[in-house]
Design a protein around this ligand. Structure first.
Ligand SMILES: Nc1ncnc2c1ncn2[C@@H]1O[C@H](COP(=O)(O)OP(=O)(O)OP(=O)(O)O)[C@@H](O)[C@H]1O
Length: 233
C-alpha cells in the first residue's frame, strides 16, 4: 500500500509586493516529504525558508504552483479552508510565543482549544499528561516568566503536540537556547513526534541539531538545492 506524501509541492513560486516593488522570494520549488519523515531546511538569512514554511502551514495564501498538505491542495484554497488546514498542524517558533498571563497548563490547553477536536472535559488531563511527558509535570502551574528558556520551549512543544497534529512545523526552535537545552528540545520533538507518527519540517541555522534529520534540504535565493542528501550520521 502506498500512502500519500505528507507534503507535496510542485512548481511553487511566491512574491511579495506589487508592481515595481514586487519581489520574487520563492522560485519553482519542488519537494515531497513522506509521512513520518523529519526534514531540516537550512539556508542563508532571507533565502525564503520561513516563507515556504508559512505557505505549507497555510499561514499565507499560495499564489503559483501546487502545494498539497495531507492531500489537500492549498493553492487556490479559500480563507476558511486555510484556517482549517492551519489547525491541523503544530507550530513551534524561535520565540516560544507563550501567553505570559497564562500558566503552563493553560498555555497547553490553548493548543486543544484552537484545535477544537477533543471534548473540553479532556483538556486538563491531556495538557497535564503531555507536560509530564516533556518533564514539566511539577511545573504545570508556573507562569512563563518563572520558567527557563528551555522549559518555555518545552511548554511550546507540549502545546504544539497536545492535539496530535499530523504535521509539525518548527522555525528556528533552538535559536534562543544554549546548546544543552537546544539538544533537549530537539530530542523531545523527535521522540514525541515519532510516537505520534508526525511528519516534521524544521527550519534552522543550528548545525548542532542536523543529525535528527532523515533528510536535509537547502534553500538558496528562493530555490531548493537539488542534492537533498540523506543524512547518515
Ligand atoms: N511579509 C513580507 N513582505 C515583504 N517581504 C517579505 C515578507 N516576508 C518576507 N519577506 C522577504 O522575503 C525574503 C525571504 O524571507 P524569509 O523570511 O522567508 O527568509 P528566511 O530564509 O526565513 O530568513 P531568516 O533565516 O533570516 O529567517 C526576504 O527578502 C524578506 O525580506
Amino acid at each position: 500500500m502506498t500512502s500519500l506524501p505528507a507534503i507535496s509541492i510542485q512548481g511553487l513560486s511566491h512574491s511579495f509586493g506589487q508592481g515595481e516593488l514586487r519581489k520574487q522570494v520563492l522560485a519553482n520549488i519542488n519537494l515531497e516529504i513522506r509521512v513520518g519523515e523529519i526534514v531540516i531546511m537550512t539556508g542563508p538569512s532571507g533565502s525564503g525558508k520561513t516563507t515556504l514554511l508559512s505557505l505549507i502551514g497555510g499561514l499565507r495564501a499560495t499564489q503559483v504552483g501546487s502545494l498539497k498538505v495531507q492531500g489537500q491542495e492549498l493553492c487556490g484554497a479559500s480563507p476558511l479552508e486555510l484556517v482549517t488546514a492551519r489547525r491541523r498542524n503544530g507550530y513551534i517558533f524561535q520565540a516560544h510565543n507563550l501567553h505570559g498571563s497564562l500558566t503552563a497548563l493553560q498555555n497547553v490547553r490553548m493548543g486543544l482549544e484552537v484545535h477544537g477536536q477533543y471534548p473540553k472535559a479532556e483538556w486538563n488531563l491531556r495538557a497535564r499528561d503531555i507536560l509530564t511527558e516533556v518533564g514539566l509535570g511539577e511545573r504545570i502551574a508556573y507562569y512563563p516568566q518563572d520558567l527557563s528558556g528551555g522549559q518555555k520551549q518545552r511548554v511550546a512543544i507540549a502545546r504544539a503536540l497536545v492535539s496530535r497534529p499530523q504535521i509539525l512545523l518548527a522555525d528556528e526552535p533552538t535559536a534562543a537556547l544554549d546548546s544543552h537545552s537546544g539538544r533537549d528540545v530537539v530530542n523531545l520533538m523527535q521522540k514525541l513526534a515519532q510516537e505520534q507518527g508526525c511528519t516534521i519540517l524544521i527550519v534552522t541555522h543550528d548545525n548542532r541539531i542536523l543529525d535528527v534529520a532523515d533528510r536535509i534540504i537547502h534553500m538558496e535565493d528562493g530555490q531548493l538545492s537539488q542534492n537533498q542528501a540523506l543524512v547518515t550520521v
